[in-house]
Design a protein around this ligand. Structure first.
Ligand code: 5AD
Ligand code: FES
Length: 350
């Protein structure tokens, strides 16, 4: 193996970070051998913190109505071919309780930006009801950008975590993935506000999104190094046929796994999901994600009749499976590669 790259891996592990140019070098110089070294070191640093225990989050896709028009996303507002839905509060709470029975101790409410229907009082009420109904369960919200006051109200209602991927840490790249009315600064501001309010915060980016360069990824890693999110969701970009990026190539399994290992070394305690997108580009993607350093999976808890309608990208897996089936399936898949799904809130290690 190239000595320079092996040295960079050593430096990354001991310093929990690299310079921008070094990240770029590590990405551009990658070989299967370097990937294996990174994965081996990633598993080694994960071992004393999380072992081979895998945390689960039950994901409820509460609405596919979105005011935004992100160029990569299948539920962007200008896609007229999506049948839009919104789950009502009773349905959401029932899904959460069913998830609790299956063993989930984190419920994620995810949806498009839909502040007209899910106004603060409606969301806060749902959050409080889940806290009431599901003992010792963390409520996570992933409903896009909102104002600081809104984040504060949800926190007061009992939500303790918020997922908002930064998508890309490069302003110019952000502007090529989003319409002009969306702001890079506002997105970043949201992340800092959430952190200040007291949330455990999740950031993250797509791998191989259109126009992404090595330097863009290096800046993503530098951002993760400085912001140190509690969770970091990364998955390959996958084109959706009804978006302007329909004919763009998907991100690769290989680069996603490589970055998962790097992120584990930057931030050993980070909660790192093997995402559904990773399971979509490769039938064993999530298992391979674990071997690269991930420690979280986020199975779907949405009612089966709406799953197909929450298609952010083509061929998304698990859209036809009952929630109980998904949990059992993942437990089996993880056991096969030597990991154990646990019944646990799965807080970030301190
Ligand atoms: N491919 C992969 N991931 C996508 N997301 C949205 N659209 C796509 C796509 N086409 C991701 C975004 C968003 C998360 C909920 O899903 O990163 O933050
Ligand atoms: Fe959903 Fe396998 S995880 S069916």
């Amino acid at each position: 193996m190239d000595k320079r790259l092996a040295d960079l891996v050593g430096k990354l592990e001991s310093d929990q970070g690299l310079l921008l140019a070094e990240y770029a070098e590590l990405i551009d110089g990658r070989t299967p051998e370097v990937a294996e070294l990174l994965a081996e070191r990633a598993r080694a640093v994960r071992e004393p913190i999380y072992g081979r225990r895998v945390f689960t989050r039950g994901l409820i896709e509460i609405s596919n109505v979105c005011k935004n028009d992100c160029l990569y996303c299948g539920i962007r507002c200008s896609n007229r071919n999506v049948k839009r839905y919104r789950l009502d509060p009773d349905t959401i709470v029932a899904c959460a309780r069913a998830g609790w029975e299956y063993g989930y101790r984190t419920i994620v409410l995810q949806g498009g930006e839909d502040k007209t229907y899910y106004a603060d009082d409606v969301l806060c009420d749902v959050i409080a009801r889940i806290v009431q109904t599901c003992p010792d369960t963390a409520v996570t919200v992933s409903m896009g950008e909102r104002g600081r006051a809104s984040f504060e109200r949800m926190y007061d209602a009992g939500a303790t975590r918020y997922l908002l991927r930064h998508e890309t840490a490069t302003r110019e790249h952000y502007e090529r993935l989003h319409p002009a009315n969306m702001s890079f600064d506002h997105r970043m501001q949201c992340l800092y506000d959430l952190r200040e309010i007291g949330y455990q915060v999740g950031a993250g980016m797509m791998v191989g999104s259109p126009f992404q360069t090595t330097m863009d990824l290096a800046r993503d890693l530098a951002f993760i190094q400085s912001f140190r999110p509690d969770m970091c969701g990364i998955g390959p970009f996958i084109p959706h046929h009804d978006t302007p990026f329909a004919h763009e190539p998907a991100g690769t399994l290989e680069l996603t796994l490589y970055l998962l290992s790097i992120i584990r070394l930057i931030h050993p305690r980070v909660l790192l999901p093997a995402t559904t997108a990773l399971g979509t580009i490769d039938p064993l993607g999530r298992e391979k994600g674990m071997e690269a350093g991930a420690n979280v999976v986020m199975p779907n808890l949405s009612p089966v009749d709406v799953r197909k309608q929450y298609e952010l990208y083509d061929n998304k897996i698990c859209t036809g499976d009952e929630s109980a089936v998904c949990r059992g399936c993942l437990a089996r898949r993880m056991a096969k590669v030597g990991y154990e799904l646990v019944v646990d809130r799965g807080d970030v290690a301190r």
